[in-house]
Design a protein around this ligand. Sequence first.
Ligand code: NAD
Length: 433
Amino acid sequence: METREARIGIVGMGYVGLPLALLFSGQRFRVTGFDVALNKVETLNAGGSYIVRIPPAAVHEAQTAGFHATSNYSEIAEMDAVIICVPTPLNEHHEPDLSYVRGTVESIAPYIHEDQLIVLESTTYPGTTEEVVVPLLEAGNPRGLKVSRGLTDPGVHVVFSPEREDPGNDTVERRDIPKVVGGCGPVAAELAAAMYRTIFRRVVPVSSPSVAEMTKLLENIYRCVNIALVNELKQLCMKMGIDIHEVIEAAKTKPFGFQAFYPGPGLGGHCIPIDPFYLSWKAREFDFRTRFIELAGEVNTAMPYFVIAQIAAGLNEMRKSIKGSKVLVLGLAYKRDIDDLRESPSLTIIELLRDKGAVVAYNDPYFPTVGHGRHYDLNMTNTPLDNLGQFDAVVIVTDHSSYDFKAIVEQSQLVIDTRNATRGISSSKVVHC
Ligand SMILES: NC(=O)c1ccc[n+]([C@@H]2O[C@H](COP(=O)([O-])OP(=O)(O)OC[C@H]3O[C@@H](n4cnc5c(N)ncnc54)[C@H](O)[C@@H]3O)[C@@H](O)[C@H]2O)c1
């Protein structure tokens, strides 16, 4: 690792894996990116990018440091370390879908070798590394390699190290986010620490993969529960004529014991709406109910429906109904300034509006079109912001910083603001919710 001779393979060239590959390339490692999506492999090998915040120049620069992408798992044999960053979604029954992790481990197992480091970064429930990854690796390699447990044990070294990235958050440099590492054995933990120290300022070793898996879930459940809390208090504040945002700003001045979370139209992204349910599912094995998670899920899932009720109320004041109204949804991304719409509340809001008979359009600078996904079937194209007056209501769901909210309010008949994006703009046309 120190001499940069180690070859690093990263499986899953998505929002997590690709930036990670570039970080290691930036430290002069020769990195290989593995992905089953042939179009991604081709784009990367052509020096292109499919993630907005990663410019093609960054991929090109990595190529000059030896980066290339492949779908050929036999190249795993040439790697000294393999980091797995594949999706961990929920299935239609709201249960962990580990098929991507299993598929990856089964594919790499035939090519693993003695002293190789295998790291799982995908968010998952405590126990996954020991109960799923280790058995598949041990059963799937033809040389009968085992996972190393003791200081002098031969074998392959296995680690769980959660990804903690916060897309769109530029306030903390990625290398300043401490990296938690939990190894199946002491050598695994030390190898992973040596690798990650080349790109992160601080490595936090923990005693086992399960502790590292649980750490990631605690962090995301903490967010999920606190967001649910402010979402509920927002609804009470609205009834009481109190501005929740003013309350949060005042509470934030307390120098200890309080961290600000903000209400919104509901949860989105591949993490906060999903990860907590990995734990509630696992808890059932122990005859245990994670009531905070369930309650937070209930409150947060209801938020898009609350927004619909506010749109209906706003239109009602104008003697209109949702049915037949033209509604523009501003923002598809699940949060500001990113090009990711997974689990975005916008998608639910658009579908609910359509179900109620509204004529719905959207605007999002990051998405020229939106088609069909696991949970939606929209097939729409981006609507420019040049004729806002034609819409009966404009709903701010994502507060992209490129939006000129003052102009949007001026030109619209009615604005439903779910993000407090129009703060400081005084207008009777705005409904804050
Ligand atoms: N996106 C985030 O902000 C974020 C933050 C922290 C943690 N995570 C976690 O990181 C993991 C990855 O998330 P992501 O957002 O990068 O997902 P993603 O969908 O952007 O990327 C995953 C990539 O894996 C590829 N893939 C799927 N199966 C594969 C296989 N068998 N072999 C090789 N490649 C395969 C897909 O084609 C895709 O390119 C998830 O567990 C997620 O919960 C994500």
